[in-house]
Design a protein around this ligand. Structure first.
Ligand SMILES: [Zn+2]
Length: 435
């Protein structure tokens, strides 16, 4: 491999510049900023490297699809070119799309999730092609542009182009180390239900002296929100925890090892908090972190929030909330439960809109066929829960992308029957089920 590594070392500067260029192109899915431009830029980069590439339109962001190499096996690589919104801008030490390098680190919105991974993989392919001539396997790239907004239109591409997605395994975007520099192996992905609540008052903002007689939607919203979760951190939506699956004894064993390998105090200090929620530590912390669903207020907006004061009675108040879901919770079911909850508590006037949804997924604890992977991870840190980022050739079962295919497959009754929620489905079968 020395020739390949030599090529990588020799092209280090160009590879970093390539990443900077991609990071300097904003691609904010939630705000529809720069999506088309970035799709074209990624396609151009893939073509330049030698990947046969095509852009596929959806009703949302285009999907960039590419193929390179040939051989008995096919690896599908899933990545995305969109990023989260960069706000609040005042918190950045350098502008979010400047891609500045400081102390040997590159700072940009989306560099870690997931433009860095994409460029690293494409550059690895280039290094191989330039030194060895041809890949010994087929590598397919699926690069979408709406991952950060729950991949609302990826299913259109999946449905229409199943043969393109056939593969022996799937590698998802991520890969990283924790604060102790331990690489993580993730054995699943939490799902999500993202909603927006809106309370309305008068037809326009009023002077706050009117607050004696005109309803204040900001208060309505705060009261509604306060019914969702108690101070003990319990989510109060009726039936919310009904489908939650407790860790098996095998999983608990791995959680114990993970807890033993982790330095809670180091993490706590890194975050600048006195204690973790409810004072948990050790095994309880790991278990809670990976196996509990959440109800998080991601943002609240109403009235005047600028400098100084303004005596205003707002006419509208909104809150964005995400529920991170664990097996076997289903986003549609939780949405109905939250809606019902609001009505039951006298907040039928508070509108609820679903902004995104994704099913949770969990893979079984690796058995003997994963021994090699497992042994290497052992003694480092074994993670579980939020993401899956290390793969064997069989690992499409464990992968987020595989899960997306599963989720879509479940929309078909046959697939639903054969692959109940919480079970993984190899991509090849998912494609088959979708046909
Ligand atoms: Zn991502």
């Amino acid at each position: 491999m020395n020739d390949v590594f030599g090529y990588i070392d020799g092209h280090r500067r160009q590879f970093i510049e390539r990443l900077q260029e991609l990071c300097r192109q904003p691609s904010i899915a939630a705000q529809n900023v720069g999506i088309q431009e970035t799709a074209r830029m990624v396609a151009g980069l893939m073509e330049h490297i030698g990947v046969k590439t095509e852009l596929y339109a959806t009703d949302g962001a285009p999907v960039v699809f590419g193929v390179v190499g040939s051989g008995p096996r096919t690896l599908l690589i899933y990545n995305h070119y969109d990023v989260q919104p960069p706000e609040p801008l005042g918190e950045w030490h350098s502008p979010p799309f400047a891609a500045e390098v400081r102390d040997g680190k590159l700072y940009a919105r989306g560099v870690a999730d997931n433009k860095g991974n994409l460029v690293a993989r494409l550059s690895a392919v280039e290094a191989w092609l330039q030194t060895r001539g041809a890949l010994p396997l087929t590598v397919k790239f699926v690069v979408e542009g709406e991952e950060e907004t729950s991949s609302a239109h990826l299913y259109q591409f999946v449905r229409q182009h199943q043969p393109l997605l056939q593969a022996d395994g799937c590698l998802w975007e991520a890969g990283g180390k924790d604060i102790q520099e331990n690489p993580g192996i993730y054995m699943g992905a939490k799902g999500i239900l993202y909603v927006e609540l809106e309370a309305k008052g008068a037809n326009r903002d009023l002077h706050s002296s009117q607050a004696t007689i005109v309803p204040n939607p900001a208060w309505r919203l705060v009261w509604a929100l306060s019914t969702l979760k108690g101070r003990s951190e319990n989510i109060l939506v009726e039936g919310f925890y009904d489908e939650v699956v407790e860790p098996s004894s095998e999983e608990m064993e791995h959680l114990r090892r993970l807890a033993a390998a982790r330095d809670d105090d180091l993490r706590r200090r890194d975050l600048g908090i006195d204690q973790f929620l409810l004072g948990v530590s050790g095994l309880q912390l790991v278990k809670r972190n990976l196996y509990q669903p959440t109800c998080t207020i991601c943002g609240i907006e109403s009235g005047y929030t600028g400098p100084g004061s303004k005596t205003v009675l707002p006419h509208r108040a909104t809150a964005k909330i995400d529920f991170r879901l664990v097996p076997n919770q289903r986003p549609d079911d939780i949405f109905e439960k939250v809606k019902h909850h609001l009505a039951q508590h006298g907040f039928a006037d508070v509108q609820i809109r679903q902004l995104g949804a994704e099913h949770p997924a969990r893979t079984p604890v690796p058995g003997d066929d994963h021994r090699d992977l497992w042994t290497r991870a052992d003694g480092l840190a074994v993670d579980g829960g939020d993401r899956t980022n290390v793969r064997t050739h069989r690992a499409v079962r464990n992968s987020h992308c595989g899960d997306r295919l599963r989720v879509r497959a479940q929309q078909r009754p046959r697939a639903q029957r054969e692959y109940p929620a919480g079970r993984f489905l190899p991509a090849s079968q998912a494609c088959g089920a979708l046909v």
